[in-house]
Design a protein around this ligand. Structure first.
Ligand SMILES: [Zn+2]
Length: 253
């Protein structure tokens, strides 16, 4: 048995065998790990805050046969604003589901940990937490190589101009020449402002990732783009945000 000390975000937490809890922890070095939080009264009170959903904490873990168990933990940042607001909580839950799916299948990746840190902080303070969550998932897709071709024509790599036509099937913009070839392409037309925002999200340093102005129209179009890109590339329906849009009371019941 050995001991390791690591920072980690609590991505999920659920009851396990009567009184214990299992935590999904996102760490910088180990990626996503599952750790048992034992049910001892002493430990439970000591680590309660540190194991709250979405907290960033420093954990001391014991490792035995690649199973992790929490020995002690202390809060670094609790992001308490997230638990207190339904929009923020739903946004964080959606993003956490996507980040967890990616982390589960990928090698440990420090960039993913850092992106999650920026994303969660922004969700806790932004006026548009749901929009932030969507843009963070789009950037996450870019980080794992599922990058939409937004700078040139996906077929000929030529210059693209207005109107900006984006083909989800082909994964990129189509130039004006392609249009005249009478091909089977389906496309969505993007406003210039939306394209500029998507380019920013795909390439900006994390520090400036959420520093932009976007009109309501741009946010709406970019949201639809991010959701569709995410679901088609991950081949999965993510429906937590729908709950918020259609039936907010559902989450309280
Ligand atoms: Zn072309």
């Amino acid at each position: 048995m050995s001991t390791i000390t690591t920072k980690a975000f609590v991505m999920n937490s659920f009851p396990w065998k009567e009184r214990h809890r299992l935590l999904h922890l996102l760490t910088p070095e180990l990626g996503l790990i599952t750790a048992l939080a034992p049910a001892s009264e002493r430990l439970r009170s000591e680590i309660r805050a540190a194991t709250q959903l979405f907290s960033l904490s420093e954990f001391v873990l014991t490792v035995k046969q690649s199973r992790y168990s929490v020995r002690s933990a202390s809060v670094i940042e609790s992001f308490i604003a997230i638990a207190e607001n339904l929009d923020r909580l739903t946004a964080a839950s959606h993003a956490a589901e996507v980040f967890t799916d990616v982390a589960r299948h990928d090698e440990p990746n420090r960039a993913l940990f850092e992106l999650w840190a920026y994303c969660l902080y922004e969700i806790s303070v932004s006026d548009y937490p749901v929009f932030v969550a969507r843009m963070a998932t789009l950037r996450l897709m870019v980080e794992i190589g599922l990058t939409p071709c937004l700078d040139s024509c996906v077929r000929c790599h030529g210059h693209v101009d207005e109107p900006y036509r984006f083909s989800f099937l082909e994964g990129g913009l189509l130039c004006g020449k392609e249009e005249f070839r009478k091909t089977q392409a389906e496309w969505t037309t993007l406003f210039p402002g939306t394209l500029a925002l998507l380019r920013h999200i795909a390439s900006a340093p994390y520090k400036r990732l959420f520093r932009f102005y976007a009109s309501e129209e741009t946010r709406s179009e970019a949201s639809a783009f991010a959701d569709r890109w995410l679901e088609e590339r991950m081949e999965k329906r993510y429906n937590r945000l729908e709950l918020l849009e259609h039936n907010p009371t559902f989450l309280f019941s």
